[in-house]
Structure formats: structure tokens, C-alpha cells
Design a protein around this ligand. Structure first.
Ligand SMILES: Cc1ncc(COP(=O)(O)OP(=O)(O)O)c(N)n1
Ligand SMILES: Cc1nc(C(=O)O)sc1CCOP(=O)(O)O
Ligand SMILES: [Mg+2]
Length: 207
């Protein structure tokens, strides 16, 4: 599966009061994958928001990914992103089917990535590459890891963690196919700026 481009990730606090406006602004600028990431336990709100995002994504022909929750992804017929403690990949693949996009967090460990690829992950996420206000405690990764991953893996590679328009270029040069971004995209003062940033991220990934 060819997955390359901007991977926009929502943040419920950052997007409070402007959730759909900013998401649509990003989609307007071009988004390959949109992840709904909400760490709250309000299941009713999560379902409502995820349904809205699914409809919006289908209008923009963008693939929606649900963070953490394979059951919610199955209910909506979309993809899922699973971290190392979010449950195994094999049952998620059985639940969602062969065509679904399933992403796996592998921090900075190639061995975890090779295992995830064997278990059918559609892409592998490495990070964090820079300081992240969204997830400051995430383990750190270096660009050299991307070079090694590029040589050893045959699935798309996603980079995450503190990525901005100013620091993203070396990640692409070292082999990242997807740039996963929260603050560097949605931490903008206007919807127009979100669209501009989305376009600029995509320019970096044109090959
Ligand atoms: C694209 C992408 N990469 C990594 C993560 C992090 O997943 P995880 O380690 O499970 O942490 P949480 O996001 O669930 O806090 C991600 N969500 N997306
Ligand atoms: C959700 C997440 N996972 C990470 C990892 O390294 O696994 S870093 C991260 C936060 C990404 O947000 P921002 O672009 O604002 O740094
Ligand atoms: Mg998770």
C-alpha cells in the first residue's frame, strides 16, 4: 500500500472550540491519513466525533485512523493505530480485515518494527524525533534509525514527535514516508494557517 504524505493527528485539548474547522482546514491543504486521538474515557463523545470525522474524511478522500481502539475502528469501518500496550496486531487485523490500515508504534526499535511488519502492520511509526508538547515523555529516536529502517523494512515509515515545518526536512531525507504531526499543524492561529502548513508539509514529501 502506498502511504506517503502528511499524517494529521487531532488533539482534543488543542482543538477545543475549533475541532471540525481546523480539521477541515487541514484536509483542504491535503492529508494522507487523519488520526482521531482522544485519550478521554468519554465513549459517547468519542463515537460522535469519530463519526463526524469519518464523514468529513470521506468527502476529502482521506483515510481515517482511530488511535488505540480497534473496536471503534471496526464499528466505523476505518483503520486503527496501536501502540505497544494497545493490544496485539493479529486480532486487530482479523477484526478489521485485509484492506484496513493498521499502524504500529515501534519507538526507536527496529526489532519491534520487524515483528510488527510480520504481523501485518500497514505502516510503522518511529519517534519521538524532537521535543513534543503533546507527548513529552515519549522515548527519543534519531534520524539514523530511519536510514536503518528504510534498508530493513518494506512497509511505509512514519515519523512522529515534535515535527514542524522547520525541522521536518531531514526526516524525509532519511526515509520517512509519513510525517505525523499534532502541534506543528494544529497549533496555528487560524484555519488559513493550518491549510498553509498542510500544503507546505506535502511539498516536503513530494518525490
Ligand atoms: C502515527 C502515530 N505514531 C505513534 C503514536 C503513539 O502511539 P502510542 O505509543 O500508543 O501512544 P498514544 O498516542 O496512544 O498516547 C500515535 N498515536 N500515532
Ligand atoms: C502521540 C505521539 N506519539 C509519539 C511517539 O513518539 O510515539 S510523539 C506523539 C505526539 C505527537 O504530537 P506533536 O506533533 O505535537 O509532538
Ligand atoms: Mg496508544
Amino acid at each position: 500500500m502506498k502511504l506517503r504524505g502528511l499524517y494529521a493527528i487531532t488533539d482534543s485539548q488543542l482543538l477545543a472550540g475549533k475541532f471540525l474547522t481546523y480539521v477541515e482546514a487541514a484536509l483542504d491543504g491535503g492529508v494522507t491519513l487523519l488520526q482521531y486521538r482522544d485519550k478521554s474515557s468519554d465513549e459517547a463523545r468519542r463515537l460522535r466525533e469519530a463519526e463526524k470525522l469519518r464523514d468529513l474524511c470521506s468527502r476529502y478522500k482521506t483515510q481515517l485512523i482511530i488511535n488505540d481502539d480497534a473496536e471503534l475502528a471496526a464499528r466505523l469501518g476505518v483503520g486503527v493505530h496501536l501502540g505497544q500496550t494497545d493490544g496485539p496486531l493479529t486480532p486487530a487485523r482479523a477484526l478489521l480485515g485485509r484492506g484496513a490500515i493498521i499502524g504500529a508504534t515501534c519507538h526507536s526499535q527496529i526489532e519491534l518494527a520487524e515483528q510488527a511488519a510480520k504481523e501485518g502492520a500497514s505502516y510503522i511509526a518511529f519517534g519521538r524525533f524532537f521535543n513534543s508538547t503533546t507527548k513529552p515523555g515519549a522515548p527519543a529516536a534519531t534520524v539514523e534509525l530511519l536510514t536503518e529502517a528504510r534498508a530493513r523494512l518494506h512497509v511505509p515509515i512514519c515519523a512522529i514527535g515534535g515535527i514542524t515545518l522547520e525541522n521536518a526536512e531531514p526526516l524525509v531525507a532519511h526515509g520517512a514516508d509519513l510525517l505525523a504531526v499534532v502541534h506543528g499543524l494544529f497549533g496555528a492561529d487560524s484555519a488559513q494557517e493550518v491549510t498553509r502548513r498542510a500544503r507546505a508539509f506535502n511539498e516536503l514529501l513530494k518525490s
